[in-house]
Design a protein around this ligand. Sequence first.
Ligand SMILES: [Zn+2]
Ligand SMILES: [Zn+2]
Length: 280
Amino acid sequence: MKLRFWGTRGSIPSPGEDTVVYGGNTTCIELQLNDGSLIVFDAGTGIRELGRDIENRNNNQNINLFLSHSHWDHIQGFPFFNPAYNDNTTITIYGCPPTYQKLREILTNQMESRYFPINFNELKAKIFFREINNGEYRIGNARFYFIQNNHPGTAYGFKVTDGNHSVVFITDNELDPPNGKVTTWKQFIDFCQGADILIHDAQYLEQELTNNSGFGHSSYEQAMRLGLDAGAKHLIFFHHNPERGDREISRIINKFKSLLASKNCTMSLSAAREGLELRL
Ligand SMILES: [Zn+2]
Ligand SMILES: [Zn+2]
């Protein structure tokens, strides 16, 4: 599998001199399966650049787009995704309940003439919608699993296993929410067990949680604990706070790396950054 980050930022695009390293685009991750199938997680503003890249490829006219949920920072790039305007392209959009029932409507509405000059119905690609329920889903030899996040309005996390490797992507998830959990800590540990790569929401520092409790995001510390409890091999902090600049993110990463080293932990640690590519 090959993984590439096109958008790593949470909440709102945040371009500027403080975000050139980790990136200012909102959520979009590309995953190429071992058989070459193209998977895209979320359609934040990062999907625009991915679309331009796909246009220059000869293959990959079939795009599988998995949407964690329909909050703005996860769908706002879709109208700027060039392959959607290409009649040689097929895009299958996967959504989870309850968002799925309104997914076409949600994507159509954000392209209404009040917001955008081109209508969803004018897109030339063949676009299909598929509902994912709990359980397992297959594309080629890869298996996809889903878990419901603790997030206002509901979001879903994904696990993909292909060959001997697994990648877990859980963004917009509050591991320890104030008003009861849809999914427990133990269930997340089981879901992430032994992941080669675990990408998890880390929007806040522990001390910032007090003022942001219930917003549906986790702290670096919580993501670390999940990674360690689940025996993940590589943890990647994701959904960076738009207020957090490059220097601060680097400082945080270095602090947690030293902490892991002092405890002789072997888990690798990174902060997601635009352009980061990993192979499994
Ligand atoms: Zn988000
Ligand atoms: Zn969200």
